[in-house]
Design a binder for this molecule. Structure first.
Ligand SMILES: Cc1cc2nc3c(=O)[nH]c(=O)nc-3n(C[C@H](O)[C@H](O)[C@H](O)COP(=O)(O)O)c2cc1C
Length: 281
C-alpha cells in the first residue's frame, strides 16, 4: 500500500478537491463511497459546532473515511475546528491558502495527518519542513486560487517536487479521466486531487448554469482573473470580458464561474462513481 493510501485510508488515491463552500454531504459521501477520499470544504465555515453537524451528516451517509480542508489564512477558528474534527473521528485534513508553519504543530499534537496544498516547488519544500505528511501540488492549469506570479504546469511541477521530497505527492489540476490519472502517477505522484470534474458531477450542488459553462468550455476557455495579490481561474464569458472589477471575490454572482483548464475535457454530467471507476479502469 502506498504511503498516501495509508494516510487517507481510502481504496483509491483520489481526493475530492474542496470547492469554496460547495459542501453537499451527498457529494462528499459519494466520493468516499466510490472509493475516493471525500473532503468537506471548511474555508468559509467559521463555527466549530457547524462543522460537527456537517461531519455527522456525511457520517449518516457513509462509513468510509473522509477528511476536511482548512484554508489557513481565511479562517480564524482553524484550531478549534481541528479539535472538533478530531473528536468526530476525522484523521486526515488538507490545508491550503496560507503558511503551514503554525497549524502543523497542532495537527501533530492531535495525532492527525495533514497534506498541504502548494502552488510551487519552494512552497512544497516549506510545507514538508513544517511537518506536512504530504503535499498536494497544484499546477497552473488547476481551478481555484492562484498567484499572480510565474507558475509551472503539473507536467513540470509534479516531477520537480517528487525529486525534492520524501513525503507523498498528490497532483491537483488538469485531471478528469484515466489518462490524466495515469499521467500523474507516471510523473511520480501517489495520487490525484480532482476539482472541476467533481464540480461538474451529478451529485455536485453547483448551479446548473455553472455545470453547463464547464461543459461548454473549450481549449483556452479559462483565464486567470487577478484580484490584488491573488488570481482566480475563471471560465471566460461575456460578464468576465465586460469586467466585474468591483467584486472582491469572483464567482459570487450566478454568472461568473470558477473552473480549471480541464473543463475542456468534460463533456457530460456524470455520477461520481462513474467518474472514479473510469479513472481507475
Ligand atoms: C471554483 C473553485 C473553488 C475552489 N475552492 C477551493 C477551496 O476552497 N480550497 C482549496 O484548497 N482548493 C479549492 N479549489 C481547488 C480544488 O480543490 C482543486 O485543487 C483544483 O480544482 C484541482 O484542479 P482541477 O480543477 O483541474 O481538477 C477550488 C477550485 C475551484 C475550481
Amino acid at each position: 500500500m502506498s504511503q498516501l493510501l495509508e494516510i487517507l485510508g481510502s481504496r483509491y488515491p483520489i481526493l475530492q478537491g474542496p470547492i469554496r463552500d460547495l459542501n453537499d454531504p451527498d457529494m462528499v459521501a459519494a466520493v468516499s463511497e466510490a472509493g475516493g477520499f471525500g473532503i468537506l470544504a471548511l474555508g468559509a465555515v467559521h463555527n466549530p459546532e457547524k462543522v460537527r453537524g456537517m461531519i455527522k451528516e456525511v457520517k449518516a451517509r457513509t462509513n468510509k473515511p473522509f477528511g476536511a480542508n482548512l484554508m489557513i489564512a481565511m479562517n480564524p477558528n482553524n484550531e478549534a475546528i481541528l479539535e472538533v474534527l478530531f473528536q468526530e473521528g476525522i484523521r486526515t485534513v488538507t490545508t491550503s491558502a496560507g503558511s503551514p508553519k503554525k497549524i502543523y504543530p497542532k495537527i501533530q499534537e492531535l495525532g492527525m495527518k495533514g497534506l498541504h496544498v502548494a502552488l510551487s516547488a519552494p512552497l512544497a519544500v516549506k510545507a514538508a519542513d513544517a511537518g506536512a505528511d504530504g503535499v498536494i501540488v497544484s499546477g497552473l492549469e488547476s481551478g481555484g486560487l492562484r498567484t499572480t506570479g510565474p507558475e509551472s504546469t503539473n507536467m513540470v511541477l509534479v516531477p520537480l517536487v517528487c525529486d525534492m521530497l520524501n513525503v507523498p505527492v498528490v497532483a491537483a489540476g488538469g485531471i478528469a479521466d484515466r489518462r490524466g490519472f495515469r499521467a500523474a502517477l507516471a510523473l511520480g505522484a501517489q495520487g490525484v486531487q480532482i476539482g472541476t470534474a467533481f464540480l461538474a458531477s451529478e451529485e455536485s450542488p453547483a448551479h446548473r448554469g455553472w455545470k453547463d459553462a464547464i461543459l461548454a468550455c473549450g481549449d483556452g476557455g479559462t483565464t486567470l482573473l487577478p484580484r490584488g495579490p491573488v488570481a482566480y481561474r475563471m471560465i471566460i464569458n461575456r460578464e468576465l470580458k465586460d469586467g466585474d472589477n468591483n467584486e472582491e471575490e469572483p464567482g459570487k454572482t450566478d454568472r461568473n464561474w470558477g473552473a480549471g483548464q480541464v473543463s475542456a475535457l468534460i463533456r457530460k454530467i456524470r455520477p461520481i462513481r462513474e467518474i472514479i471507476e473510469e479513472m481507475v479502469s
